[in-house]
Design a protein around this ligand. Structure first.
Ligand code: PMP
Length: 408
């Protein structure tokens, strides 16, 4: 269990926690934007650059072989982490945005035609809206949107009503980065499969708050960013079922992804390399592997339980504050609390909190359609990670009172 006794040991693994911001001990509550990194991650990256630092799949020399070994081992670690059936179903990307663009453009190119329909939801991050919208514009297809209740839950009956013979793909977020809602993705996938429609899951938030088993979920595509699960920025993963990945055309072309090139014709490499054009971020993959090992070693259930406790405690503390409204009250929620204070602009609140050493996110959280549907312009968002404590929530609650005192 993560307890008051061992949390200080866990916190020691994260050097960035040990600093003052505006002369106060930092309270880092912007974990949904990016998590801090344990030392083992930067050590793994440095280890790669200080010793191996070679390109993969190319050289016969010792270091190049070591690089290939390290990169492919990282791929296997990701495979195990999300229980994919085969390591060739794991494509390394720059992150979630990159992975969604890959599927949207590649799937769109081959399978979307004029009049076709793509289903997303009202609570999507721009990364899971704009790529699909672009495909729709290019192909003359239509975006259909699953509505959300006032509590921030998807309306599943309406979701099922959106299917027609023209529906080609569903792409929804596992967990809302604004509301914290954990969507019932297994059910969403089951429903789509009834209509023979594949499903892509944006797991940017999901990967760090739930145990992911892509075979059990039976999702066709699942993607996430390394930096949200204590790994390096610029890394990410697209999982795709082998059948689908075989059928999709390459997204980017160039070195690494080819089998044979002549000026007349090029044949493409096998999976997963078909989707990994150019020199990959080997150091990043090694760093991501270290992050996943750290998370597994700490214990996924431990982490989820700890975050749940923080969410419950934080919700209780913040609910006691008069004039504070929480957005996102779904029954199944991750460690995210979005809120507004009566009569106080979110940016002003965020600025005062920063002066008090507390890092939170303010604004529309790259989800303008959702924010608009809530009838607001943005929120203040606090999001918790494995190293946060209930004492930090106490400091936060006191700081919010201070914000009210200064601006209310
Ligand atoms: N989807 C969701 C739900 C997110 O929270 C984020 C990051 N805020 C993204 C997609 C995009 O992730 P990235 O910027 O790492 O590509």
């Amino acid at each position: 269990m993560i307890t008051n006794d061992n949390i200080s040991e866990i916190r020691l693994a994260f050097p960035a926690l040990n600093q003052q911001v505006n002369n106060r001990q930092l309270v880092y509550f912007d974990n949904a934007a990016t998590t801090l990194k344990p030392k083992v991650v930067s050590e793994a990256i440095a280890g790669y650059y200080n010793t191996i630092n070679s390109n993969v799949h190319r050289g016969v020399h010792h270091l190049s072989q070591q690089a290939t070994y390290a990169f492919e081992n990282a791929r296997k670690s990701v495979q195990q982490f999300i229980n994919a059936g085969n390591s060739n179903e794991i494509i390394f990307t720059k992150g979630t945005t990159d992975a969604i663009n890959l599927v949207a453009h590649s799937f769109g190119k081959k399978f979307i035609n004029e009049g076709d329909e793509i289903i997303i939801s009202q609570m999507e991050h721009h990364a899971n809206i704009v790529p699909w919208q672009t495909v729709c514009e290019e192909k003359g297809a239509k975006l259909k949107v699953i509505p959300v209740t006032e509590k921030g839950e998807l309306i599943l009956d309406e979701y099922e009503n959106l299917f027609t013979g023209k529906t080609k793909i569903v792409s929804v977020t596992h967990i809302s980065n604004v509301l914290g809602t954990i969507n019932p993705i297994k059910k969403i996938i089951e429903t789509a499969h009834k209509y023979n429609v594949p499903v892509m899951i944006d797991g940017a938030q999901g990967i760090v708050h739930e145990k992911i088993d892509v075979q059990d979920l039976d999702c066709d595509f699942y993607c996430f960013s390394g930096h949200k699960i204590y790994g390096p920025m610029g890394t990410g993963v697209l999982y795709g079922k082998e059948d689908w990945l075989e059928k999709l055309p390459p997204y980017q072309t160039g070195g690494e992804m080819i089998k044979n090139v002549t000026f007349e014709k090029t044949t493409f490499n096998e999976l997963p390399f078909k989707f990994e054009a150019g020199t990959p971020n080997v150091g990043g993959a090694v760093g991501l592997e270290a992050a996943l090992a750290f998370v597994s070693h700490t214990g996924l259930d431990e982490i989820f339980n700890h975050e749940k406790e923080l969410l419950e405690y934080g919700t209780e503390k913040l609910s006691e504050i008069e004039g504070l409204k929480i957005y996102g009250t779904a029954a199944n929620k991750s460690g995210v609390i979005s809120f507004l204070l009566d009569g106080i602009h979110q940016y002003d609140a965020g600025t005062i909190l920063d002066q008090l050493g507390i890092a939170v996110r303010t604004g529309n959280h790259c989800a303008q359609p959702l924010i608009k549907s809530l009838g607001i312009q943005g929120t203040v968002r606090a999001s918790f990670a494995l190293y946060n404590t209930s004492e930090e929530i106490d400091i936060f609650a006191k700081a919010i009172l201070k914000v009210k005192e200064m601006l209310g």
